[in-house]
Design a binder for this molecule. Structure first.
Ligand code: KG4
Ligand code: ZN
Length: 342
């Protein structure tokens, strides 16, 4: 059978993206990020995001088709993120996809954004089901046992904030630039992680749930104590606080992954595999910790390239391909769902 070729469209958060994927070949992938638009607001502003998506979608789609060297008529379908996410952005994407489907008569395939992330290791590494997945970004943090294209077992996750959000907040309170992940990681390289005693909430609780909000509060207090003592933060203080924070997040993620692996391995998969995705997976201390843990357990460890770990439309096109292979498509009643658990 010839592989299906789909256009994917993604606009659920602050990236406008379009991509063309044939089977597991990424023919093109365009991502237009809105980071600069939201920089002054300390977070994504939904109204600004929706407007920017509406403005950039057509351009991203045209660019993705151009880069792939294909015309719309040469595709087999149009996949679009139909949730979960910011409703205005998701709506913009769904309307764009419906317009293209109506104009061409191509099948329309709605995709769950989280399924897009969760299926990425199949796109990049042709991984077989079932595998264990850690999705860890600015908005998500959960462990999934991925059993099929529409079969996910969530075995734990954050009960409050996502780690990426905690990295961003930590950078803000330390006076480091946004996005916080890379700047905290850089500062941590010259820091002493043991200088500050920071909490690891839920670390010794049973199960795979995680919590990061207490750590955020502890960071604020630790910073305030240094400022009260010395009147300000030196570069070394920033480095030590960053290193302490990164070590705490890393300890939590690795300990909980150890437990998640135990649950997954009890299913006796023939080729056990663990995959990580999301912006926080870019962190080399966290990546290395996860890799070491997997090596110790004899589990294949997959960390897709960062451009496919963070929000993109190739993962949406690919998840659409898996749906279409199962004969699943949508019609013009496809709606945008702000909440949509896997
Ligand atoms: O997956 P992503 O691009 O978007 C969503 O949140 O959905 O993830 C972005 C998050 C940000 O919070 C950013 O600070 C974090 O990933 N991040 C990192 C690193 N690079 C990006 N966190 C820790 N270490 C990094 N090197
Ligand atoms: Zn995402």
């Amino acid at each position: 059978t010839t592989p299906l070729t789909l256009l994917g469209i993604e606009s659920s958060c602050d990236d406008t993206a379009a991509a063309v994927v044939r089977g597991t070949d990424i023919l093109s992938s365009v991502v237009h990020t809105q980071t600069a638009l939201h920089a002054d607001f300390g977070g994504v502003v939904p109204e600004i995001a929706a407007r920017a998506h509406a403005e950039k979608l057509d351009y991203c789609v045209e660019q993705a088709l151009d880069d792939a060297g294909l015309r719309l008529e040469q595709l087999d379908g149009i996949a679009v993120t139909s949730g979960p996410g910011l409703i205005g952005g998701v709506l913009s994407g769904v309307m764009c996809a419906k317009g293209l489907a109506a104009a061409t008569g191509l099948p329309l395939v709605g995709v769950n954004h989280l399924a897009g992330h969760a299926l990425t290791p199949r796109l990049t590494d042709q991984l077989d089901y079932p595998y264990l997945m850690l999705l860890v970004s600015g908005g998500h943090c959960q462990f999934l046992i991925v059993q099929g294209h529409d079969s996910y077992q969530r075995i734990g996750g954050t009960i409050d904030d996502a780690p990426g959000e905690a990295f961003d907040k930590t950078a803000r309170i330390l006076g480091l630039p946004q996005p916080g992940g890379p700047s905290v990681e850089k500062a941590a390289q010259t820091g002493d992680a043991a200088r500050f005693d920071l909490p690891r909430p839920l670390l010794h609780q049973p199960g795979c749930d995680m919590s990061f909000s207490g750590l955020k509060t502890a960071m604020l207090r630790a910073r305030d104590r240094v400022i009260a003592e010395k009147g300000g933060l030196t570069a070394q203080d920033q480095a030590d606080l960053s290193a302490g924070f990164q070590a705490a997040v890393s300890d939590i993620l690795i300990e909980k992954t150890r437990r998640a692996l135990a649950i997954y391995l009890a299913l006796q998969p023939s080729c056990p595999a663990f995959a990580v995705a999301g912006g926080v997976a870019a962190n080399s201390a966290i990546r290395q910790g996860l890799q070491a843990l997997c090596a110790e357990r004899g589990v294949q460890c997959i960390a897709p390239p960062l451009r496919l770990c963070t929000d993109n439309a190739a993962m949406i096109a690919y998840a659409g391909i898996e749906r279409m292979q199962h004969g699943e498509t949508d019609d013009m009643t496809l709606s945008a769902r702000p909440r949509w658990p896997l």
